[in-house]
Design a protein around this ligand. Structure first.
Ligand SMILES: Nc1ncnc2c1ncn2[C@@H]1O[C@H](COP(=O)(O)OP(=O)(O)O)[C@@H](O)[C@H]1O
Ligand SMILES: [Mg+2]
Length: 269
């Protein structure tokens, strides 16, 4: 009991993040931590800064101030691709899929960004001969496609599918590299209730089985409170609360800023 123990650093942490767009303070000294093997929910009204924080965490936007830490290592200056190689994956609020690539090719690319980026050059030099041999990613892709029920879509184009399906493909892509950190920007929006229930179950399974640290932005507060171990609340660029779902549901500042109506409606049912 007297032995000093050093807690391991959280899988993902951001400290004192500040982002300005001209005169607008989009993120004001924001701190957040996401532990491995848990879902951390991030909620807040439209324009609160959630997507901006995702851009900073994933390396798409350098912050004007603050630090991003992956397993305690400072990655603030690392590129988005460098972070992807370190095991960070994300989905976008508006799915970003490529014209001209099949669903399978999206998943192959994501896998190879993390595990086989050196092979890209040999593939380019050999004209893609890798396709004739069973690739190491094939097993991972088959497993994911079965889990997300998208097997029948693998060899078709990724563009032009219904929004709910596009979200599943983006999620499959983000999971293809077996991420250590998974950033999900409104992955449920546009899904019907059946798809939502299924995706929520799949997310839980993935977190329990593979242990990624998940940061989940989602509009449906009830869903976030139900899925997350911890919840953080952004309002006008400031982190106004973070805690367990019960803490958050009871926090008067949060109720005033954002949650009041949703919770009252829920209690009335
Ligand atoms: N590229 C940008 N240029 C200027 N303002 C931006 C840009 N991106 C976001 N903003 C502004 O920053 C604030 C936070 O936006 P965002 O992070 O998208 O919020 P959320 O995802 O919580 O809805 C908003 O006021 C938004 O208009
Ligand atoms: Mg957003």
């Amino acid at each position: 009991m007297n032995t000093p123990s050093v807690a391991p650093p959280p899988r993902l942490a951001a400290r004192d993040i500040t982002v300005r767009f001209g005169g607008l303070l989009a993120l004001d000294s924001v701190d957040i931590e996401v532990a491995a093997g848990t879902i951390t929910g991030l909620v807040g009204p439209n324009g609160a800064g959630k997507s901006t924080l995702f851009a900073v965490l994933s390396g798409l936007r350098p912050p004007q101030g603050g630090t991003v830490l992956l397993d305690g290592r400072d990655v603030t200056r690392a590129s988005a691709q460098g972070r992807a190689r370190s095991g960070m994956a994300r989905t976008f609020q508006h799915p970003e899929l490529f014209t001209g690539l099949t669903v399978r090719e999206h998943l192959e690319l994501a896998y190879r960004v993390r595990f086989a980026h050196r092979r890209l050059w040999s593939d380019l030099l050999t004209g893609g001969a890798f396709r004739r041999a069973p690739a190491p990613e094939a097993g991972r892709i088959a497993e994911l496609a079965a889990q997300l029920e998208i097997e029948h879509l693998l060899d078709g184009p990724a563009i032009g599918l219904p929004l709910g399906t596009s979200r599943l493909i983006e999620l499959a892509r983000s999971l293809a590299c077996d991420p250590a950190v998974l950033l999900l920007d409104e992955p449920f929006s546009g899904l019907d209730s059946h798809e939502t229930t299924r995706l929520a179950g799949t997310l839980r399974e993935i977190v329990e089985r593979d242990g990624p640290a998940v940061l989940l932005v989602e509009h449906d507060v009830e869903l976030v409170l139900g899925l997350s171990a911890r919840v953080a609340v952004l309002d006008f660029g400031r982190m106004i609360a973070h805690g367990t779902p019960a803490d958050i549901a009871a926090d008067p500042r949060v109720r005033a800023a954002y949650l009041g109506e949703a919770i009252t409606e829920q209690e009335d049912q």
